[in-house]
Ligand binder design. Structure first.
Ligand SMILES: Nc1ncnc2c1ncn2[C@@H]1O[C@H](COP(=O)(O)OP(=O)(O)OP(=O)(O)O)[C@@H](O)[C@H]1O
Length: 263
C-alpha cells in the first residue's frame, strides 16, 4: 500500500501553484510535507484525495498501489477516501456538521463504507469514540460539535477519518488550531493510532519541531517546489536549503519558549 506522487502540477485559474512535486510514501512510512504558508502543502494533499477546489486542475501522476488517481472517476475516488485514505484537517469545526450528533457523524462513514444498520453503527461509533479516547463515549456520541472542546472535536474528526481503517492517513496541520497542551495530546494520539494500525502517514505542517515528533522523512516545499527531501534527523542536524534553515530557526524558537511551552 504505497503512495507515489510524480511531477505533480496543480494550476488554479491558469496560475501554477504546485510545480512538479515528487515524493514516495512506502507502506508504513511517516512522511512530513513542510513549508511556509502558501507553499502548496494543502493543495497537494487535496489532490491526492481528488478534492481540489473548483478551478484547480492536477496533472502528473498520483499512484496509490500503482493505480493512477488523477483522472479517476469521482465515484471511485469517493470509495477510496475513508476506505483506503483518511484525512484530518486543521480546523475540526469546519470538518464537522454542526447540526448532527458526533456519534452519527462518526457512524456515517462506517455505514456508507461497510453498509451497517443504524444500531450497529451506533455501537461502532461508541467504540470509535473510545478508541480516540473521548471521555464517556456512550454519552458523548449524542452531543453536538459545539458542546465539545476544540481538542474533543479534533478527536471526533480523527475517529471519522480512521473509522474505516484506512491504510494511509493524511493529516493537514491537525494541531495548529489547538492550545499547546492539547496539541501534544492530539499528536501523541495520532502517533499511537498510526503505530497500532501500521498505517502510513503524510503529515503537513509549517513547524519543524512538530515534524520531528511525527515523521521520519521530510519534504520541504517552497512556492510549489521541492527544495529539500531528507530524513527528518538530517533536516534538523544539517539543513541544506535556506528555507529549511529558516524553518529550523523558527522551530527552535518554538521549542525553547521562556514560558516553558512546548511545540
Ligand atoms: N481555492 C483557491 N483558489 C485560489 N488559489 C488558491 C486556492 N487554494 C490555494 N490557493 C493558492 O495556492 C497556493 C498554495 O496553497 P496551499 O493552501 O496549498 O498552501 P499551504 O502550503 O497549504 O499553505 P497554508 O499553510 O497557509 O495552508 C497559495 O498561493 C494559495 O493562495
Amino acid at each position: 500500500m504505497s503512495l507515489s506522487v510524480g511531477n505533480l502540477v496543480i494550476e488554479i485559474d491558469g496560475r501554477r501553484v504546485v510545480d512538479g512535486i515528487s515524493f514516495e510514501v512506502p507502506d508504513g512510512a511517516r512522511l512530513g510535507l513542510i513549508g511556509e504558508s502558501g507553499s502548496g502543502k494543502s493543495l497537494t494533499a487535496l489532490a491526492v484525495l481528488g478534492l481540489l477546489p473548483d478551478g484547480a486542475t492536477a496533472s502528473g501522476s498520483i499512484r496509490w498501489n500503482g493505480i493512477e488517481l488523477i483522472g479517476m472517476p469521482d465515484r471511485e475516488l469517493a470509495k477510496l477516501r475513508g476506505d483506503d485514505i483518511g484525512i484530518v484537517f486543521q480546523e475540526p469545526r469546519t470538518a464537522l456538521n454542526p447540526i448532527r450528533t458526533v456519534g452519527r457523524q462518526i457512524a456515517e462513514s462506517i455505514r456508507i463504507h461497510e453498509g451497517l444498520g443504524r444500531r450497529e453503527a451506533r455501537e461502532r461509533a461508541i467504540a470509535e469514540a473510545a478508541r480516540v479516547r473521548l471521555p464517556d463515549p456512550e454519552t458523548i456520541v449524542d452531543r453536538y460539535p459545539h458542546q465539545l472542546s476544540g481538542g474533543q472535536r479534533q478527536r471526533v474528526a480523527i475517529a471519522m477519518a480512521l473509522a474505516c481503517r484506512p491504510r494511509l492517513l493524511i493529516a493537514d496541520e491537525p494541531t495548529t488550531a489547538l492550545d499547546v497542551t492539547i496539541q501534544a495530546e492530539i499528536l501523541s494520539l495520532l502517533l499511537a493510532l498510526v503505530a497500532d494500525e501500521g498505517m502510513s502517514l503524510v503529515f503537513i505542517t509549517h513547524d519543524l519541531a512538530v515534524l520531528a515528533q511525527v515523521a521520519t522523512e521530510g519534504v520541504v516545499l517552497e512556492h510549489g517546489r521541492v527544495v529539500e527531501a531528507a530524513a527528518v534527523s538530517t533536516l534538523l542536524s544539517t539543513p541544506a536549503s535556506p528555507i529549511t534553515q529558516g524553518l529550523l530557526r523558527d522551530a527552535t524558537a518554538t521549542l525553547w519558549r521562556p514560558d516553558g511551552g512546548a511545540a
